[in-house]
Design a protein. Structure first.
Length: 141
């Protein structure tokens, strides 16, 4: 099994910096209304962004292999959470919409690329659907 150990370091306030195995850091924060400085996406926003980006990478790679010429592509993702004040407020639904433009795009190729990402390749979606076991531990240094 491959391990993807990531470290999250508190930077003060509600700002946290993630350092994944690639070394490409990601700063997360919460909104001003929630007590943060809004200096990065919230962890919840980062989760939705990770779903969208994971799927987008797959779709672009698959369409390129199918010799489809994209001129514009975006993913619109919408997550619906439980009511405010009821915790932990997990997402109850997530909609991922792929919006593509290109030269003579084959609708069947686009549909297949989205389907393959959704059902086979996107690790982030697969992880959410499979509800992996999660354990928490702690240490005082």
């Amino acid at each position: 099994m491959a391990s993807y150990e990531t470290t999250i370091e508190w930077k003060g306030g509600m700002v946290f910096e993630a350092t994944p195995p690639s070394g490409n850091k990601l700063v997360m924060d919460i909104s001003l209304e929630e007590g943060g400085t809004n200096s990065g996406p919230s962890p919840v926003e980062a989760l939705l962004s990770a779903i969208a980006a994971c799927s987008a990478v797959d779709v672009v790679m698959i369409l390129q292999k199918k010799k489809q010429i994209l001129t514009s592509y975006r993913v619109e993702i919408d997550g619906e959470r439980g009511p405010t004040g009821v915790y932990p407020r997990p997402f109850v639904s997530i909609t991922v919409k792929h919006v593509v433009q290109g030269e003579n795009l084959d609708p069947a190729a686009v549909a297949r690329a989205v389907s393959l990402s959704d059902e086979k390749y996107c690790t982030v979606l697969s992880t959410i659907r499979s509800a992996p076991s999660v354990t928490s531990d702690w240490v005082i240094e």
